[in-house]
Ligand binder design. Structure first.
Ligand code: GDP
Ligand code: ZN
Length: 400
């Protein structure tokens, strides 16, 4: 059986690596994951449900503990022969819509054991999850009458999710100390702002960048409506973000400037589009793929009217490959549960200076001796970015 185990582990590794390599930026945690995971040891998993549920206590579950960005995950050992890999497009209450590799969509329930295993996540399965699921026979398509009945239509396919793979690039918020995962396995966040109407708001870009940094998702900054201004006026802000290492694009939905470039960036990626209302997110999505903006808009407008569905997020397919991940309210999303002490860590350019501050717990705000403040005074750090930092710290401290 050790051969079989080895093979199984190997397979998991392959699946995982595939997703991993598509990322453009490695962070320490994922690197650590890459190096240390998938030891050949199977662990015997017992009772992590902290005293709750007799069922879980009595059960010994086979699988592997794996380290993820957010903590320890548990990979159930499953009967892969009878399973298909898929991705969750959306979740509606107890049902998830799962797309297999061929593009068929299955309406899936979730294995009870997975619910037992889940401790700190409100949703066991969320949009973007990579899952293993077991297709189930649907009514009217029993094996013994396959001769006489036609195969079930695609909308009738059903399945059971038996495993959720570790998540990377998760958007979540916390309510009452519980993490609420909204969508996962997101490759990038396109931060849309506009050069005019509404005016460019670099502080808002900074806030959204911080959210991306916190979520460990690659941000791409787009400044739209550049047809309305003299591009020379944007050079300073573009230069600043580019210098900080961020991808920044001047675009115009009206003239089509750089839209092809954006399409290329979105190809085969899962992208979230965020930004203030009116900057042109729907227009951009419609330009990328007709009707997409409308479909996206439909979700949020429905939600605003209070006709709340249980849909937390959905993956919308791009014709050229990839997905737009959209959630009611996701596009105006801002800082989620950032605490003042961690804000500095999400401003990459502060790091070289903050490390040299006299006090290790320096907040870089009111302290008299502070290398960060010195750097701002000397012009080594951008004053406007520093002001963003201060503002975000203040907001985090006051909980706004
Ligand atoms: P959203 O709220 O971010 O989804 O913004 P919309 O897509 O609804 O766009 C808001 C307004 O900006 C609409 O009137 C669009 O026609 C306009 N708009 C979008 N992109 C551009 C652009 O590149 N240039 C100009 N001049 N107007 C644009
Ligand atoms: Zn300091």
């Amino acid at each position: 059986t050790s051969m079989a185990k080895r093979k199984k582990n190997q397979k998991i590794r392959t699946n995982f690596k595939h997703g991993y390599e598509s990322r453009t930026r490695k962070n320490d945690l994922t690197r650590q994951f890459d190096e240390t995971q998938f030891s050949e040891d199977d662990v015997q998993f017992k009772e992590r449900v902290s005293g709750k549920g007799d069922l879980a206590k009595k059960r010994t579950i086979r699988g592997q503990e794996v380290q993820t960005e957010t903590g320890t995950d548990f990979l159930l050992e499953i009967d892969e022969e009878n399973c298909l890999p898929g991705q969750v497009l959306s979740v509606h209450g107890l049902n998830s819509f799962v797309e297999d590799k061929q593009g068929y969509i299955y309406q899936c329930a979730t294995r009870k054991l997975l619910k037992t295993l889940s401790t700190d996540q409100r949703h066991i399965v969320v949009a973007g999850d990579q899952v293993q699921f077991r297709p189930v026979q649907t009514r009217g398509a029993k094996e013994n009458d396959s001769q006489t009945s036609s195969p079930p239509p695609t909308h009738f396919r059903e399945g059971l999710i038996v495993r959720v793979e570790p998540r990377f690039g998760t958007i979540s918020r916390t309510s009452r100390n519980r993490q609420h995962v909204i969508a996962t396995n997101i490759d990038q966040i396109i931060i849309v702002s506009s050069a005019a109407m509404p005016d460019l708001k670099p502080h808002l870009i900074d806030r959204l960048l911080l959210t991306a940094e916190k979520s460990r998702i690659r941000p791409i900054i787009c400044i739209n409506k550049v047809d309305l201004v003299d591009p020379a006026l944007l050079q300073a802000v573009v230069g600043l973000y580019a210098q900080l290492g961020y991808d920044v694009w001047l675009i115009s939905v009206v003239t089509g400037l750089n839209l092809n470039r954006l399409r290329t960036l979105m190809t085969n990626k899962r992208t979230v589009v965020v930004g203030q209302s009116g900057v042109g997110k729907s227009s951009l999505l419609n330009a990328i793929q007709p009707e997409l903006g409308l479909r996206v808009g439909h979700v949020s407008s429905e939600n605003q009217k209070g006709r709340h569905t249980t849909t937390s997020a959905q993956l919308l397919k791009l014709d050229f490959g990839g997905y737009i991940v959209d959630t009611p309210g996701i596009r105006q999303f801002e800082l989620w549960d950032v605490i003042a002490e961690e804000v500095a860590g999400f401003f990459p350019e502060l790091r070289p200076f903050s490390q040299k501050c006299r006090f290790p717990n320096c907040t870089h705000t009111h302290e008299i001796e502070c290398r960060v403040k010195d750097a701002v005074a000397d012009g080594d750090l951008d004053l406007r970015r520093y002001e963003s930092f201060r503002q975000i710290c203040d907001d985090a401290a006051t909980g706004s």
